[in-house]
Unconditional design. Sequence first.
Length: 185
Amino acid sequence: MRSLFPIAAAFVMSGCATSSAQKAAPSHPANAVAEQDRSDEDRQRAQDAPAEDALTRDARAENDRQYTDGPVTEVDYMHVEYGHFAEYIDWLNSTWKPTMEAMKKAGLIIDYKVFQALPKTPDQPNVYLWITYKNAAAALDHGVELEYVARKVIGSTEFQNQKRVERTAYRKVMGNELIRELILK
């Protein structure tokens, strides 16, 4: 739970914490007449207005994000069976990397990476593929363009699907997710 101290400080700094002498002596004679004609509710609303303004300013200041949205990365979790790592690396170099380079050249992605992991258990991924997009829209809205580039580099969708099936003999896709970089201010 947040402390109320910033609210109290804003209350005092905005002039809402007034002395009884300030309340008793209006700043201008015309205000004295206007003050007498106001109902208690109107007077209270007039006194609360500066406090609300100060609280709104403080709330806005506290709610300003301390970061900006950065690039979005698709992380693919793979498990390559024992004895097939070199075969999978050959496929990454011969097919996946040229496809990523073509997507980068087309402006569809900004980066890609491959990571090897030492999993704690056999059912965890041992290879991570990262594909980084400029933002979430680029990650989610360019499926047709990505497929077009892949067809140009690799071949027809049928050919790609056939090769995917062949890779399932030694490589299992364990899942994927999108993560966003937060750039701290």
